[in-house]
Structure formats: C-alpha cells, structure tokens
Design a protein around this ligand. Structure first.
Ligand SMILES: [Zn+2]
Length: 290
C-alpha cells in the first residue's frame, strides 16, 4: 500500500529506550528529549523542563498509557483520511504528524513548528485508538488541510473565529467518516467519562433543541477572547452551577458550516477568511432558516 502520511514518531523511540536493558535509560531519554526540546515546549505549552519530562516518562504509569499504541494504526488512518480528503477537497497537503507525549494534557491539535502547521498528537492520552482515533484524525486533518493553505490563526483567537474553525473541522470530519454516528463525531460519547454534563437524550438532541439560545449567547461575545467564554463554548470547562453540555460551540459551528456548504463548494469554503461581520451575518442567516 502506498504511504502518504509522514509521521514523526517519538513514542516508539521512547518505548524502545524504556524497554531496553540499558542501565542508563534516564541518560538516553534525556538525550532524546533534549534533542527534541523545541517540540516538548510546543507540545507541553512549556509546562515541563527536559528533566521533568524524563522523570514523567520513567514513571511506570507512562509506558502503560501507551500499551495499546500502534504506529501502523496511526499510519493507516492518516493515509485513509488523505485519500478521502483528496476526493472532496482536491489538491490538499499530505498529513504530517508529530507523535509526542503530552502526559494527558491533550489528544490532538494542530500547531506550528518553524512556521509550518503540523498535526500534533499524544498517544499517551486515553482513548486514542480505534474509532476514537479515526474521529480525532479526521478532525485534526481538517484543520491541518485548511491551515496549510490559509496559514494557522494565532493561539488566541476570538469566539467568531473558533466558531468557524471548529465548525469547519467538525463538518469536514463528518464528510471524511460518513459511516460514523454524529455522537462519535462530536466525541460526546466521551463526555460522561470525563465527568461532564450529559443531558437526558444526549448532547446532540440538546444542542438541536437549544440552537437558538446557543447562537444568541455566542452572538453576544463574538469578539471575546475571554477564557471563560471560550471555555464554555469550546473547551471542557464548566463554571459554577452551569449544567449545560460542554463544547456547544462545535455544534453551532458545524451547523453554520453545513449551511455554507450548501452555498459554495467545500474546496472554496476551506479557503474562507472568517471575520466578525461575516460570522455574525451567517449566524443570523442560520437562525432565519426554516
Ligand atoms: Zn478542533
């Protein structure tokens, strides 16, 4: 089979060191992590020094967290996403992936190394195999394919940009994995396992019913970069007695992109530069739909 995705796999290298007989595992790990410290900083958000990372890798729990990691599975899934994406989006970049430990900070995202966006993923995060891995890869590849063409937005973007970006990635992941249910594609099957609100009837039903209120609430803070607003709509954060489901911004964005996809081809939509004005207009249009 032709290989398309390029994977920079640090996990296998670390596992090999940890499994070896060498009595200088710590020194070998230190060498590897020091050499890759640019990625460590990017991946951990500068949270860990080289020595702290080595210490975490030597903890017996770490190798257990990657017991089910299989680089061939990642390669197969990434190749499949690329083949499918090309059919929908035409000429897109082959996946370029960095696999690095995040010590359970995140499962996957796209970040820049030397001004180039890469798919960065953490096989030591729980649930990064099988179906969940397919969903993760489809979502991150959708971000990657777009940002390799448009450039990656800065780390700190307002709500309106998140609605577009996450809407695009979620919508595209549904196109890449049409055989999966929306519950899986929104990863809402995992909300309960991370102790987040799980409304009766499920996340999607709740969002569908409350689309108007999600949209009008988001419309009030389109320009906001406030961590509370972003945490409410896009991250797994709940404040005070808030019992509404998490990540409702993904659903809102998905609905907006789904509407736009009816008005222009996906390969054009992929290149769109969202502004507050445009997103505000699109949300009005979405709520005006019958
Ligand atoms: Zn995303």
């Amino acid at each position: 089979m032709t290989r398309y995705a390029r994977i920079d796999d640090y996990i296998t290298q670390i596992k090999d060191i940890l499994r070896g007989k060498s009595n200088q595992k710590a020194a070998d790990l230190r060498k590897l992590i020091y050499k890759s410290r640019k990625i460590l900083n990017r991946h951990s958000g500068k949270q860990y020094s080289v020595d702290q990372a080595v210490e975490k890798l030597l903890h017996p729990g770490w190798i257990k967290s990657v017991a089910r990691f299989n680089p061939d599975e990642w390669q197969d899934i990434a190749d499949r996403m690329y083949i499918r994406a090309r059919k929908i989006l035409g000429n897109v970049q082959k996946p370029e992936i960095i696999l690095y430990p995040s010590f359970q900070r995140f499962n996957g995202r796209v970040y820049e190394v030397d001004r180039t966006p890469y798919i960065a993923a953490s096989p030591d995060f729980p649930h990064t195999t099988g179906k969940n891995l397919q969903v993760l890869m489809a979502h991150e590849y959708a971000h990657f394919a777009r940002w390799r063409k448009t450039g990656i937005p800065s780390e700190n973007v307002p709500i309106y940009a998140c609605i577009f970006e996450e809407g695009w990635a979620t919508w595209m992941s549904i196109k890449l994995l049409p055989e999966y249910t929306l519950t899986h594609l929104f990863m809402s099957n995992l909300h309960k396992s991370i102790h987040m609100p799980d409304p009766k009837g499920g996340y999607l039903r709740w969002c569908k019913k409350h689309l108007k209120s999600i949209a009008s609430e988001a419309a009030k803070s389109l320009n906001s970069k406030d961590h509370k607003a972003l945490g409410r709509f896009f991250q797994c954060q709940r404040f005070g007695n808030d019992n509404t489901p998490i990540r409702t911004g993904y659903y809102l964005g998905y609905r907006m992109i789904d509407m736009l996809a009816g008005q222009m081809p996906a390969r054009k939509l992929m290149l769109e530069k969202p502004t507050r004005r445009k997103v505000s207009g699109w949300l009005d249009q979405l709520l005006d739909q019958p």
